[in-house]
Design a protein around this ligand. Sequence first.
Ligand SMILES: Nc1ncnc2c1ncn2[C@@H]1O[C@H](COP(=O)(O)OP(=O)(O)OP(=O)(O)O)[C@@H](O)[C@H]1O
Length: 476
Amino acid sequence: KPMHPTSVEGVDDMIKLGDLTEAGILRNLLIRYKQGAIYTYIGSVLVAVNPYQVLPIYTAEQVRLYHGRRLGELPPHVFAIADSCYYNLRRNQRNQCCVISGESGAGKTESTKLILQFLAAVSGQHSWIEQQILQANPILEAFGNAKTVRNDNSSRFGKYVEIFFNKEGIIEGAHMEQYLLEKSRVCHQAKMERNYHIFYCVLSGMPKEQKSLFLTVLFQGDCISCEGQDDADEFSRIRMALKVLTFTEKESWEIFCLLAAILHLGNISFEGQRKSDVYDSVDIRKFVIDVNCSSNIWRCLVTSLDMSLTHRTFVANRERLTKPLSSEQAVDGRDALAKAVYSRLFMWIFGKINSAIHKTTTDASCTLRTIGLLDIFGFENFSKNSFEQLCINYANEQLQQFFVEHIFKLEQEEYLKEGITWKNVSFTDNQRTLELLARKPLNILALIDEESHFPKASQKSAIELFKLHILRISLL
Ligand SMILES: Nc1ncnc2c1ncn2[C@@H]1O[C@H](COP(=O)(O)OP(=O)(O)OP(=O)(O)O)[C@@H](O)[C@H]1O
């Protein structure tokens, strides 16, 4: 069968494609990519192919070129999408939202930053607030991004940024929401992966005399450096950004101290002494210095930290009882403490950034309109996938469902209502999978939650529970 002429040359809007199959779409993207065109439209949706190189297409000249032009007037570009949001916001006085989706490493975070850069350039007056909004990124990436085998700068949390504009279309402030930080990374990393960037930046960039607080416990993934990233350089950028976002010297120092305490915690190991079936005691055997350092930073007594890491306290018959933990339990407790401290620190940093960039207007007549940008961690499929991948991929499937609902379901319902004749478009609907995973009350995530409350729960017992309930869930 001869190839459709549109598939030979390639088209900039795939709605014009004669061969609308997966192969046809991929071929079109490939032809354009080889011509140096990384962006392609499908109507008002923009498809971006990651170029993995810096292209000269994001200059101030390009911003000027795309500003005030209709979508489709110029070659496809992320700036055209940003401008279309800005135009619709001002013309219709309605809030806008850009949903950016794609697998891990596809370029979502870079696209979000480019949209922000464009909006700041066209709408702002080069004010302090825009500077602050842009400077929030290096801080959030330092604390919430890490090297994975898929992406050297992978977001390990979801982010929704809302930028507030006044009636004149000038940026007045912003608000950021964060979702589901991957806490386990603080304690465990897979091979060739790193912990959060900030740990390496602090260790590389901090002056020697201040570094005495820290020890390197970031070797798990056998990967300390990250190609193309100068951690020491990055550290000065982070310090600068913290200043711009009104973190005081004392606050920044306390953040670094908390990071140091987490690193020291990671160094502590335990040794249990078993008497018959019961643990008689568990000691902190090695790295006493780390216990001292952590307790010092947290300003608690060494004995209190020692006791709380090696024992558990519970109430029975109205009496408080204390029992030694097994060494495995003590390791779990130590890791839980590190994860909890890091995630609270992350949330506190978010709150602090929001208080700097979120200005509430006192003038009731002045309603601010927003452009929202959703940038979540992308779909992942590793050789070994764990609970984190389940959560990340669930969030991505949910986003895909939103897309499917808007592009196919609602559109086709509209055609039906208006009596328009059209050829039904078949699509893969993942609703049943999403319901199986999370529809209340009974679902896989709820079962995992329930099972994890039992002290003897294991992967095997969780699977037994799924088997028991799976039929019931699928009949709901
Ligand atoms: N438009 C672009 N121009 C040049 N390089 C890019 C572009 N988009 C992405 N990249 C490169 O690809 C890398 C990965 O992109 P990015 O971090 O945006 O992916 P992501 O989709 O947000 O991934 P994750 O879901 O893992 O967070 C970037 O660090 C950058 O090197």
